[in-house]
Design a protein around this ligand. Structure first.
Ligand code: SF4
Ligand code: SF4
Ligand code: SF4
Length: 150
């Protein structure tokens, strides 16, 4: 399966990846130039945080081999896709218990701030034939896609 690999030392916190993720999942169509960065409907699926040493730490879903979020989901809304190996979310099955939010050891599942009824997580840009938007725009090559065992 493919996974986003992080090289923390290379990240300068520019958040190009965050804007690209917001653009890929924005609520309404448009170009990046009219993307409202403050609208919670356009929230990104990953986080870039300061590491306290003058650098930054990109936090992306690992699409874990044994995903705690999937194990915690009682309604089957989160599943590890047997073909791609990616952990995907089916909103129609979600019971809004937020057990997945509490279970991810990396904080990669967020409650949706708009509906308060669903969650947001990385979908590996599954509908984009060119792959993860975030990876394509990183000017420092701090994130890249690598083939790993599932
Ligand atoms: S949301 Fe968290 S637990 Fe689930 S696959 Fe991603 S990193 Fe793993
Ligand atoms: S792979 Fe797609 S959904 Fe996941 S963090 Fe990157 S841009 Fe966002
Ligand atoms: S685009 Fe690359 S360098 Fe910029 S914040 Fe994201 S991971 Fe870091």
């Amino acid at each position: 399966m493919k996974r986003i690999i992080i090289d923390q030392e290379k990240c300068d916190g520019c958040k190009n990846c965050t804007v690209a993720c917001m653009q890929a999942h924005r609520a309404t169509p448009g170009t990046v130039y009219d993307l409202d960065l403050l609208d919670p409907k356009n929230e990104a699926r990953h986080t870039i945080v300061a590491n306290g040493k003058g650098g930054y730490f990109p936090i992306f879903c690992r699409h874990c081999s044994v995903p705690d979020c999937v194990g915690a989901c009682m309604s089957g809304a989160l599943c590890k896709d047997p073909v791609s190996g990616h952990v995907q979310y089916d909103e129609s099955r979600c019971g809004t218990c937020f057990m997945c939010v509490m279970s991810c050891p990396y904080g990669n599942v967020k409650p949706d701030k708009v509906t308060h009824k669903r969650i947001l997580k990385c979908d590996f840009c599954k509908d984009d034939t060119e792959g993860p938007n975030c990876v394509r725009v990183c000017p420092k090559k701090a994130i890249h896609v690598e083939e790993v065992s599932a």
